[in-house]
Design a protein around this ligand. Sequence first.
Ligand code: GLU
Length: 441
Amino acid sequence: MTTTRFAPSPTGRLHVGNIRTALHNWMLAKKAGGRFLLRIDDTDAERSKEEYVEAIRADLAWLGLDPDGEERQSQRLALYEDAFEKLKAEGRVYPAYETVQELDLKRKIQLGRGLPPIYDRAALALTDAERAAKEAEGITPHWRFKLDQDEPITWEDGVRGPQKFDPAQLSDPVIRRADGSWLYMLPSAVDDIDMGVTDVLRGEDHVSNTAVQIQMFTALHAAPPAFAHEALLVGREGKLSKRLGSLGCDAFREQGIEPQALVAMLARLGTSLPVEAIADRQVLVDSFDLSTFGRAPARFDDDELARVNTALLHAMPFEEVAGRLPEGMDEAAWEAIRPNIETLADVGEWWTIVTGPIDAPALEAEDKAYCAQAAEELARTGDDWKALTSALKESTGRKGKPLFLPLRQALTGMDHGPDMASLLPLIGAAEAKARLERAAA
Ligand code: GLU
């Protein structure tokens, strides 16, 4: 069964880039009728915070990306220990004793000589006696995974196509710190095996990690999952902007962005499919296809998001927003007001115009008289806008703007707004008559 996972580290809030990764993993699983798992990568005890774990869950819920299961790395340490012992027995991990400063110096020397800063495997060359001497000095080792340098590492990437890495050009990664804590690489591979992950879809900043992890899967006698790396998101300005890193669900919510808009936009951003205001997730899921993903960075544009958001609101059914509308606002009111809003917060202003009180407009004498006449006419036609304006056209000879605008101004206090034929019944005949009389006074 297709199984994907979203694996955030709870060291901060999700940002638009993470949200996109989560969404694509969710879509990949849904399209295949598979499972989408949440894995909390909290091996870094110092930087991981419970509040972020909760925020991640809440953000996914707001987006409607419900995981089919959740795992936490901090509760799976025994598994990593076990894998570590196996790799050790097979000579695939080795202790290293260099300090951060020593490693830094080695890198500087290499760079100074124009060489790539690859770890020189000095620790691998230590004899048992040398190791014992280090430990007698009280130096606890950290641990590296020994890359197999015999063959190139290759895989068929779902987005990038055939990939090839020369392991000799990679450093043996540190997988465990001297204090026994884990770095990201090995636990992730162990979990992907244990959780039955079939597809790893993540950002292209992980491409070289994938090369290393493929060797880890093999060393753990497991077949690697299918890998795909999507191009990163950039801001409209072109550069990888810091701003994107601060754009999270809270910020979007504050701007009045609906989760559906974010989903519709991020689903297709960076693909060859058009970004459209698609409310039906199934449509998005059905069209999801890694082969449509481009390799160029995807541009995130908030104006585009705002447009998608507005278009979705204009078509949004009442049931979907009912709980967030002002008290007393019914389906007819939603449908009348909906075309005039950019975000849901705009509804309040229009609804106040329906419920009143509104400020009476300052009209010219001629228009005041016209409103007085309209009030009388309305007593006969009731809240039927068509009937009212036809009657007034007939009796006053007015047409076009002079016919309609003073009425709109008297009834709403505004020069523009929702369709009056829908609005008038919402205001109600009695209140409308009172407003026309007040405008006429
Ligand atoms: N915790 C890692 C990250 O947030 C997960 C990467 C992955 O998907 O394997 O970058």
